[in-house]
Design a binder for this molecule. Sequence first.
Ligand code: HEC
Length: 218
Amino acid sequence: MTSRTISLRRLVGAMAVCAAAAGLGACRQDMHDAPRYDPFEASTVLPKGASAQPLVAGTIARGHLDDDEQLYTGKVNGQPATTFPFAITRADLDRGQERFNIYCSPCHGRTGEGNGMVVQRGYRQAASYHIDRLRQAPVGYFFDVITNGFGVMPDYRAQIPVDDRWRIIAYVRALQLSHHAATSDVPADELNRLMTGAAAPAAAPAGGEAHSGSGGHE
Ligand code: HEC
């Protein structure tokens, strides 16, 4: 009890001396040289002499399990997927159209013919989406191209979240369909409207640019 009181007193005394000295410049700890490691600073005590250690094998960051092969890689059993990993709704298609027009149309053009503005200014022209090879390509092939790039086309994995990649692909499929549709594919009332040039009903604004928010799969 007594010795404890004494040591506490000593400590307080030492602190007082130190505090007084601090005013004179001793006991100084510059803030720009804080006693912690900067990123990748060398270390004399940690393994490999590095303050930053490699991740333990198999480490998965929270929220990044990404164990749905089809959703995250566009493959099923290592082969390009032929189906979408989630059901595509009208809202997904609208979102896909919006994202396509932002990310793909500058090169591929709004209709996918490959004559976007960047191409008109000299960038290499991609094949039209409407050739047979690409009409028959599985959806997983498109996912792979968006995710990993293709030839001179850069990849868009950092810019476009996986769900939006699938929505864009759904819209590319719609574009492809639109170039090969028969009159019999058009519902009778729509056909009548097209033939007579009547105004579109209020529910479906021309151009389909209605904003659908940011979609719900994230
Ligand atoms: C900066 C211009 C550019 C943008 C933006 C772009 N692409 Fe491409 N894309 C190209 C070019 C150029 C090629 C052909 C590359 C080559 O032949 O080297 C290509 C190729 C492709 C192919 C493969 C075609 C084939 O012949 O097999 C697909 C599919 C594709 N793009 C889809 C997309 C989608 C979807 C987007 C939007 C997410 C997109 N691209 C954005 C330029 C672009």
